[in-house]
Ligand binder design. Structure first.
Ligand SMILES: [Fe+2]
Length: 359
């Protein structure tokens, strides 16, 4: 076979794949799909010039606001206002001191599967709080199923469901590597989405305070203009993270949009922070080799679905099982390539809040 025949064969394959995938890519317009690089419709410079990206943002934000309002029962007016105006809720001394001490003791002696991810010179360790781990963690189970916390998280995420919950330890400067990309200010995705941190350690500049740009979750005219320009730039040639739909923020960008200065959450242990991570945020720089441990939750759903859903234990179990199955699938695929998945199981049963697990 000569080169021309091979090239023609490759072109036919690409064309066939495009024909097969086009309906899928089209349907993804109406989901939380965000990757410009994986979906040529979302990544089309022409369609983004015509306003596709901005139209998705505006519609998603309107629907998510409606869902948050539907789930605002039991959330105080000041908490709702803080979330809508600033993009976050901060609650200090969230648990009574005795309950907090019991939770911290239990978590530090947790015996459960730990997964690790390396990003730059940072290691992140996570224990998923699910049907496998929770039977051995009764205090943590009470915490994540507490009605007061659940109401706050449901409101902030706009989903009537238990978020996916983890015990998480960030290990700053634990491996040799480039700077941690999670320490650059970014927006997670184009629509409102929720993450929360219940800090078990005091947090300051030593162990990298979570950092957020107050008010940056709002759709100002300047933000929409920036999103429009950014969507066209990325459709043509964007960086890897922005191409995945998590837009990075430079100082010039912040000035262009007239954003506030980033705020580092230097807080004491027993503080809960709930943030809309459509707003710009990052892990925060840590001045030394250090750790911080938190109970961390994440909740993301289709922002074009106007219904907030039904809270049922079966749905939570199914969600956890799907996530676990997907992780095991990623493990097997990586194993075949002779490597490990990005979130791989490590030998240590409990590295939470300790100095283990890194050079
Ligand atoms: Fe993020």
């Amino acid at each position: 076979m000569d080169d021309t025949t091979v090239k023609a064969g490759n072109m036919s394959m690409r064309l066939a794949k495009q024909l097969l995938m086009t309906p899928v890519w089209f349907i993804q317009i109406f989901t939380q799909a965000k990757s410009f690089s994986k979906n040529p419709i979302l990544g089309s410079a022409l369609l983004n010039r015509l306003g596709l990206h901005v139209a998705r943002i505006m519609l998603a934000h309107a629907i998510m606001r409606l869902r948050m309002l539907m789930l605002s029962r039991g959330v105080s007016k000041s908490q709702r206002q803080a979330y809508f105006n600033d993009g976050y809720i901060l609650l200090e001394n969230f648990l009574p001191a005795g309950d907090f001490d019991r939770l911290k003791t239990e978590i530090h002696s947790a015996n459960a599967e730990v997964r690790e991810c390396t990003q730059g010179d940072t290691l992140t360790h996570r224990i998923m709080l699910d049907e496998n781990s929770l039977p051995n963690l009764p205090v943590a189970e009470n915490f994540i199923k507490d009605i007061k916390l659940k109401r706050l998280l449901k409101f902030a995420s706009g989903i009537n469901a238990q978020p996916v919950s983890y015990i998480q330890t960030i290990k700053n400067h634990f491996v040799d590597g480039p700077p941690d990309p999670q320490k650059n200010l970014h927006s997670d995705t184009f629509h409102p989405t929720m993450k929360s941190w219940f800090f078990l350690d005091d947090v300051d500049e030593r162990n990298g305070p979570f950092t957020y740009v107050p008010g940056s979750h709002k759709l100002s005219i300047a933000r929409l203009r920036w999103e429009y320009k950014k969507s066209i730039d990325i459709s043509s040639n964007g960086d890897r993270y922005s191409g995945n739909g998590s837009f990075r923020l430079s100082e010039q960008d912040a000035q262009y949009m007239g954003l506030a200065q980033p705020k580092g959450f230097k807080v004491e242990a027993n503080t809960l922070v709930i943030a809309n991570t459509h707003g710009f945020h990052c892990r925060g720089q840590a001045s030394e080799r250090s750790t911080r441990t938190e109970l961390w939750t994440i909740s993301r759903s289709n922002p074009f679905n106007p219904f907030p859903g039904i809270d049922h234990p079966l749905i939570t179990r199914t969600q956890n099982r799907v996530l676990n199955a997907w992780r095991r699938h990623a493990d097997r695929r990586a194993d075949k390539r002779g490597t490990v998945s990005s979130w791989h199981v490590i030998d240590a049963r409990n590295t939470i809040g300790t100095d283990n697990g890194g050079a």
